[in-house]
Ligand binder design. Structure first.
Ligand code: HEM
Length: 455
């Protein structure tokens, strides 16, 4: 009996043939253009030669059907090696969750996940609301501000309190600018390029400044860990304290270096991302006043003493947050997947050694799932529900975002707190465009706004 192979088996994946440096430049300057054009020309599964050092023979998967397959194959035919994040090692350290692979990664995730769920997470609701209220109280009528700066202030303070357990005092004041310096290193294109070129990492200039900030910050973090060990961490609810008491499967606690690397990782992964998403939601609400009006109607019916976490259950507010995360997802692609054993996807054979990125942005712009996908329309989230691979701002599989619930709580509580009490206006001459900010997708200019006054 002859077995015939599927028609596409062995056939090369479609994709552009332009030289690697052209595709790398395209990816750096206009990542959305690259994904839009290539899906249009080559379909939902395409290959590019390279998008940068270490990212050769790359495949983009753009359809929920393919993403479902990828997540199901995590830990089997696919791995998610930490080496793909090697560039950010100077920032997050070698013991960071982002740099771990295989069993080490799985074990560390088990330690990190509990503080981000259930009652632990609920206890952070009040912290988020208090910080949002303090920021609101500082605005004076007529004041102009950049939305992303306000949301960055909020998310940094939330991380400092919920993750580091530091709410004020000298150590807090000393840490804040150092943390900002470290995160900016990755977000600002020119400085971020130093991460790509180790030969430019000299102890003078911007790299030197970064290294000094890192050394100063390490002194403060190790000081905090040591004080906490002496004083005991009972009755504390911050994530550092919980990680200090956590034990792995062999009963071992995390070392000081592991704790330090994980704190910086959570800050790096959770600060800018959440702030950017929040700034988008604020932008869209003010760009489309009919959406703002619907949200105000919902918020005006909410009692002033409603528990902050209940904001996450307000249907229209949740739909607004989801739609902002859908339209311009802050993380445009998933963590890279590496083919350990060949398998078939959509009729193509993916050979061992290929690297696959799930395109979150392209999935969110599948027109049959999200009609008129470039329009901001929160109602689509009220009209139907979407599967975990149709709407996937936090990725999925073995690397799914650990901070997803915290991020959603921050979005709902901050936006709810601010818009229930204040009137704001956009201070932009035209539409705000998305723009790459290091490894995330941000907005050009950060969204200029004006505080009109209390409601
Ligand atoms: C709107 C805000 C956020 C977005 C859009 C976002 C998105 C993502 C995405 C797409 C991934 C990769 C998932 C994959 O490859 O399948 C990820 C991983 C991760 N995120 Fe988030 N994230 C956000 C907020 C946060 C927050 C608040 C924290 C923590 C405080 C956090 C911590 C992490 C960590 C530690 C990982 C790596 C997980 C691992 O390697 O196992 N993120 N995030």
């Amino acid at each position: 009996m002859t077995v015939t192979a599927p028609k596409t088996l062995g056939k090369p994946l479609p994709g552009p043939t332009s030289p690697s440096f052209v595709q790398t430049l395209y990816w750096l300057v206009d990542p959305l253009g690259l994904m839009d054009n290539h899906t249009k020309n080559y379909g939902d599964l395409f290959a590019v030669n390279s998008i940068g050092p270490g990212y050769d023979k790359l495949i983009f998967a753009c359809h929920p059907r393919q993403i479902k397959e990828l997540f199901a194959r995590d830990g089997k035919e696919l791995s998610t090696p930490g080496r793909f994040n090697g560039l950010i090692q100077p920032l997050v350290g070698s013991q960071s969750l982002l740099l771990l692979s295989g069993n080490d990664h799985r074990r560390r995730r088990k330690l990190i996940l509990p503080p981000f769920h259930g009652d632990r997470l609920k206890s952070y609701g009040n912290t988020i609301q208090t910080i949002a209220q303090e920021i609101f109280n500082q605005w004076t009528p007529g004041q102009r501000f950049v939305a992303r700066h306000a949301t960055q202030e909020l998310t940094l303070r939330v991380i400092m309190e919920t993750v580091f357990g530091i709410a004020g005092g000298d150590r807090f004041d000393a840490m804040k600018p150092l943390l900002t310096e470290m995160v900016d290193m990755v977000a600002e294109p020119i400085r971020a390029s130093l991460l790509f070129f180790p030969v430019l990492q000299k102890s003078w200039g911007p790299w030197g400044k970064f290294e000094r900030a890192r050394a100063d910050l390490d002194v403060l973090i190790y000081g905090e860990i040591s004080d906490r060990r002496k004083a005991g961490v009972e009755n504390r609810e911050d994530i550092l304290s919980l990680l200090m008491t956590a034990r792995d499967e062999d009963g071992n606690p995390m070392t000081d270096e592991e704790l330090r690397d994980e704190l910086i990782t959570l800050l790096f992964a959770g600060h800018e991302t959440t702030a950017t998403a929040m700034a988008w939601a604020i932008y869209w609400l003010h760009r489309q006043p009919e959406c703002l009006e619907k949200l105000r109607d919902e918020l005006s019916a909410v009692p002033g003493d409603m528990p902050p976490m209940d904001m996450m259950r307000l249907p229209y507010l949740s739909a607004v947050c989801n739609e902002a995360l859908r339209l311009y997802p802050v993380a445009i692609v998933t963590f890279p997947r590496y083919v350990e054993k060949p398998f078939e996807l959509d009729g193509y054979t993916l050979e061992q050694g290929r690297i696959i990125l799930g395109s979150i942005y392209s999935v969110h712009h599948q027109e049959d799932i999200f009609p008129d996908s470039h329009a901001f329309r929160p109602e689509r989230f009220l009209e139907r529900s979407f599967s975990a691979t149709e709407f996937m701002p936090f990725g999925g599989g073995s690397r799914r975002c650990v901070g997803a619930a915290l991020a959603m709580a921050e979005l709902a509580i901050a936006i709810g707190t601010w818009l229930k009490q204040g009137n704001f206006a956009l201070n932009e001459p035209g539409p705000v465009q998305p723009q790459r900010r290091g490894v995330t997708l941000g907005q050009k200019g950060g969204v200029n706004m004006r505080f009109v006054g209390p409601v």
